[in-house]
Design a protein around this ligand. Structure first.
Ligand SMILES: O=C(O)C1=C[C@@H](OP(=O)(O)O)[C@@H](O)[C@H](O)C1
Ligand SMILES: C=C(OP(=O)(O)O)C(=O)O
Length: 426
């Protein structure tokens, strides 16, 4: 239950990056040797990657006190059971390609109700072009996915870029095992590109080279992952809820562990709130928010920042005039249809919000009223709607609050430490 909060104060650390943690643990599992992942995200999605990598042969020790994961990788094995990756799209997509490199037999990857609806066919079709047999058990392009052990063949693969960049990340992480250099050719414009930049960035740390080309990417063949020590940076998508709360409520807060030179696309949240009129201060490794701002509505292209949509939708509700979110067709393909969910639920608070095929049009009403909101088992909706609840008149009940464990397990405590009036009712 959330109550209107009139002041936020204090200093908090942004949780570690979900995207970097996934790639770090999977890359380390492919490297012959021992890697250390320092400051990993202990969120359920990243633990799904840990579990999947273990099932595929990595030895991983999770050291809570040291806040480190020790990964001994390099030898893939045939899993002795189905791999249940829970709610994590990133894990499902990346491990589908990797699983083809087990020495013999099959791997089966599945997950929860939401994951078994998320698109996989473009990746399955791409793998087929490389002589890898992976298919949907229901023959409808969704998990469970059955992957057959096989040798990569060919030097070209075509894939569309507009459904999920995770397909391309997946290919990038497995193609170093091809004997030949492989060209990834995009057949439609790439969305969520910054996540590819994250992949290329961390893969270079593992010693894997990828080149951007005119039509896509070139992954060099016959490359070996090398073991590394890796410190995971803070997560801008998770920080977006803290930043949104900070600019909407009278605040004096500092969010540490956010690096100004990060490759994360979601650092765009800084420019979005600045453009809306909030004078947040950006330092080398932190963001400072002081005061309370009157925000103005803006148009936001979310092609490369799909995960910020719920945050921007909430900001738009409290801004003067119109906020338009566009280029976000892929935002419907996440844990739930987030465009529809934002429109449906924020309306319950009195928001003026219209759904379009590729986005939302929000007319700021300045005042929302507390309501009972469904969050569709979606962590980002829980966090964005919490921010709306802190600014709304009266009480807001957020159903399914425990979904925050996916990407920001201590979200409620962090918010409470800043003074947010939140009570968890179980
Ligand atoms: O590769 C990643 O770490 C991610 C890519 C994005 O998905 P899409 O590429 O499917 O848009 C993003 O929404 C997701 O939360 C994380
Ligand atoms: C869509 C998300 O993650 P994934 O695709 O890994 O499930 C997310 O974290 O918002």
């Amino acid at each position: 239950m959330i109550n209107k909060t009139s002041r936020l104060e204090g200093s908090v650390k942004a949780p570690p990056s979900k995207s970097y943690t996934h790639r770090a643990v999977i890359g380390a599992s492919l490297a012959d040797g021992v890697s250390r992942i320092i400051n990993p995200l202990w969120g359920a999605d990243c633990l799904s990657s840990v579990y999947g990598c273990k099932m595929l042969g990595a030895e991983i020790e999770l050291k809570k006190e040291e806040d480190e994961w020790i990964v001994k990788g390099g030898k893939l094995k045939t899993p002795d059971n189905v791999i249940d990756i829970g709610n994590s799209g990133t894990t499902l997509r990346i491990l589908t390609s990797i699983a083809s490199q087990i020495p013999r037999g099959y791997a089966v990857l599945t997950g929860d109700d939401s994951i078994r609806k998320r698109p996989m066919q473009p990746l399955l079709d791409a793998l087929k072009q490389l002589n890898i047999n992976a298919f949907s058990s229901k023959l409808d392009g969704t998990a469970p996915i059955i992957v057959k052990s096989g040798k990569i063949e060919g030097n070209k693969v075509k894939i569309r870029g507009d459904i999920s960049s995770q397909f391309i990340t997946s290919l990038m992480m497995f193609l170093p095992f091809n004997k030949e250099d492989t060209e990834i050719i995009l057949t439609s414009p790439l969305k969520s590109k910054p996540y590819i930049d994250i992949t290329i960035d961390i893969l270079s740390t593992f010693g894997i080279k990828i080149k951007e080309t005119e039509n896509g990417f070139l992954v060099y063949g016959n490359q070996e992952y090398k073991a590394i020590d890796y410190i995971v940076e803070g997560d801008y998508s998770s920080a977006s809820y803290l930043i949104a709360a900070g600019v909407l409520i009278n605040s004096n807060i500092t969010i540490e562990n956010l690096f100004a030179n990060s490759k994360q696309g979601d650092k765009a949240i800084i420019n979005i709130v600045k453009e809306m009129g909030a004078d947040v201060k950006v330092k080398k490794d932190k963001v400072i928010i002081e005061g309370e701002y009157n925000l103005e509505g803006i148009d936001v292209d979310v092609r490369d920042i799909p995960d910020l949509v719920p945050t921007i939708a909430v900001l738009g509700c409290f801004a003067e005039g119109k906020t338009e979110i566009y280029n976000g067709e892929h935002v419907r393909l996440k844990e739930c249809d987030r465009l529809n969910a934002c429109a449906t639920e924020l309306k319950k608070m009195g928001a003026d919000i219209k759904e379009k095929p590729d986005g939302l049009i929000i007319r700021g009403v300045k005042k929302l009223r507390g309501a009972k909101l469904n969050t569709y088992h979606d962590h980002r909706l829980v966090m964005a709607f919490t921010v709306a609840g802190l600014k709304a008149e009266g009480k807001t009940i957020i159903e399914g609050e425990d979904a925050v464990k996916i990407s920001f397990p201590n979200f409620v405590n962090v918010m409470k430490s800043l003074g947010a009036k939140i009570e968890v009712i179980r």
